[in-house]
Design a protein around this ligand. Structure first.
Ligand SMILES: Nc1ncnc2c1ncn2[C@@H]1O[C@H](COP(=O)(O)OP(=O)(O)O)[C@@H](O)[C@H]1O
Ligand SMILES: [Mg+2]
Length: 567
């Protein structure tokens, strides 16, 4: 019974629970008193909070059952003890003391109190004085559950806000990733961006045989990596994630799902068998407790795995990391395709360049054969013919005439052979150089087409790599062919300059002028060939036309040293 003989009966009046006094009937009041006391006790025990009475001397006068149970005492054991004797709630003791010290008759305060079992509970304590302020009742309403619910709500709101901030930060990061041009660059930018947000990124790439995930990039500091290598006894750059048949990694990649895991758990699966027991220590050493694993998947095809690791990551961050992984996977795919196209272009370019060289060599060879073999055979024939002519009977004048015609024919064949050989491979190019070869070619052109030519060539021959000289000469020939074929020009000008190591060749005509669309047309194979040819030397060529005013072709190339060849 919580109501002791000193406290409660007097209390009941003030609490308005007891029955009225009647001094005339002695039996009745005792019974009524007992009834009132029972009634009060029932009420007090039914209250879903703690109730106590405390005197101005700060000693307990009584309490309800709930308080007694919370303190693991019998109600009687509390009576007469001083407030705060258990030390469970210094806050309550302070409140009681201050309340009695103040003139206020009512007060309330939120306090925390530890139960006998050690759990902390929160109460709103309402106090009221009575009996000329010599006693006060304290009613504590338990707010613990409500506080917990509020705490949980606040936490989840904070988590959501954090998740959203991460989502925003990562979607900005994804834009940076999309600007990367090669797979390696994509990996590096992913690492940089994730590290900027205070987390670590580890990237794995699925090997070509699709049997392993090989480590391709990570953002851990070298010192940490060394420490981890020491603990695990393996080199990080050789690290590959094995396929555990029923492991979460395989599930992850098969189902393309992002998951949240404690880092130790991931390491336990990823490390070779004997090292598994080290997983937690390793995670501690790396100061990494949480990880999010996201497969890098485009169109159902998995390329690898992104692991974002760091303190404080939660399940709530999974959507942000998933979105980031999806965007970076697209960037990775693009970079791969881009690299493939580039490699293809590179191959085509070297093939074209190889074919050009092969063609020049073949031409050279045929030119030599024609010049030497055929030239010498014709010379011998001519000598034989003149030997024959001298020995002809003097009366056979028609035979002498015939040998004369034959000799002239041989001369003209020799001329033709020379021309053909020179056109195949201008020996001038090899013997006297580019300037002289251009001069010869333009004279030929003028004679053949009747187009007037202006020449602005330097005095001295340029020291040039012979392959480069050939390339420039062939471009020059193609330019002249275009003038003859398309321009309808009456005049052509050629200028060759050496501007401090840069060779500039300009050919212009006064014809109809080529158009911008002809320059861009992928079917303009002649223009394309010229461009490719000089690009192989790091040079550049431009075509500019003005309608009915003419066309200007400008070639520029840095001149490597004469023997240097291609760089
Ligand atoms: N000097 C020029 N004057 C006018 N048009 C030109 C000239 N050079 C090139 N073109 C135009 O550019 C087109 C592309 O040139 P090119 O690639 O050499 O092809 P093509 O095999 O027709 O010569 C030509 O078909 C022609 O219409
Ligand atoms: Mg052409």
């Amino acid at each position: 019974m919580a109501l002791d003989q000193k406290g409660s009966p007097r209390d009941s009046d003030d609490l308005g629970v007891g029955a009225s006094r009647d001094s005339t009937a002695r039996e009745q009041p005792v019974e009524a008193l007992q009834q009132a006391r029972d009634q009060l006790q029932a009420v007090l025990d039914a209250i879903p909070g703690i109730v106590s009475w405390i005197g101005a001397d700060l000693r307990y006068l009584g309490c309800n059952r709930r308080l007694a149970e919370a303190l693991n005492l019998s109600p009687e054991a509390l009576v007469g003890r001083e407030v705060g004797f258990l030390g469970t709630s210094p806050e309550l003791a302070a409140f009681v003391r201050e309340f009695f010290a103040s003139p206020a008759r009512e007060a309330s305060r939120g306090i925390a109190s530890r139960e006998a079992q050690g759990a902390l509970r929160h109460y709103l304590v309402v106090a009221r004085k009575y009996q000329q302020d010599r006693v006060a009742v304290f009613v504590g309403i338990d707010l613990t559950e409500r506080k917990r619910a509020e705490e949980a709500l606040r936490h989840s709101l904070e988590e959501t806000a954090r998740g959203q901030r991460l989502l925003l930060a990562l979607s900005q990061a994804a834009q940076a990733v999309q600007r990367a041009r090669s797979p390696d660059e994509v990996h590096r930018v992913i690492g940089d961006e994730v590290a900027r947000l205070g987390y670590h990124a580890t990237l794995f790439t699925l090997t070509d045989d699709r049997a392993h995930l090989a480590l391709s990039h990570h953002t851990f500091e070298p010192a940490i990596v060394r420490a981890a290598e020491k603990v695990a006894g393996i080199a990080v750059q050789d690290f590959r994630l094995p396929w555990a048949p029923a492991g979460f990694l395989q599930r992850l990649l098969a189902e393309g799902e992002t998951i949240f895991r404690p880092t130790g758990e991931i390491l336990a699966e990823a490390l070779p068998g004997p090292l598994r027991s080290l997983a937690d220590r390793l995670a501690d050493r790396l100061d990494l407790q949480q990880s999010i694993l996201a497969p890098l998947t485009v169109g159902g095809q998995t390329y690898g795995l992104l692991v974002v690791t760091g303190m404080g990551l939660t399940e709530a961050d999974v959507p942000a990391v998933t979105a980031f992984a999806n965007q970076t996977a697209v960037a990775l795919e693009n970079a791969r395709l881009y690299a493939q196209v580039r490699a293809g272009e590179e191959q085509l370019r070297s093939l074209a360049s190889y074919l050009q060289t092969a063609r020049e060599e073949e031409r050279s060879h045929i030119a030599r054969e024609i010049h030497d073999e055929l030239g010498q055979a014709l010379t011998a024939l001519k000598m034989d013919l003149s030997w024959l002519a001298q020995r002809l009977p003097t009366d056979q004048s028609h035979l002498a005439e015939k040998t004369g015609v034959m000799s002239d024919l041989i001369d003209s064949i020799v001329q033709t052979v020379r021309r053909v050989a020179t056109e195949l491979r201008p020996g001038l190019l090899d013997h006297v150089g580019l300037t002289a070869a251009i001069e010869w070619q333009i004279q030929e052109f003028a004679e053949r087409t009747g187009i007037a030519c202006d020449l602005y060539l330097g005095e001295e021959e340029l020291a040039l790599d012979s392959d480069l000289a050939t390339a420039i000469f062939r471009i020059f020939q193609e330019t002249l062919t275009n003038v003859a074929r398309h321009a309808g020009a009456t005049k052509v000008g050629v200028e060759l300059q050496d501007r401090s190591g840069e060779l500039v060749l300009i050919v212009w005509d006064n014809g109809r002028g080529l158009t911008e669309s002809q320059v861009r047309d992928p079917r303009s194979l002649g223009l394309l060939g010229m461009r490719e040819r000089i690009r192989a030397w790091g040079g550049d060529i431009t075509f500019q036309g003005v309608q009915e005013r003419g066309t200007t072709v400008t070639l520029r190339v840095r001149r490597p040293s004469a023997r240097g060849g291609r760089q």
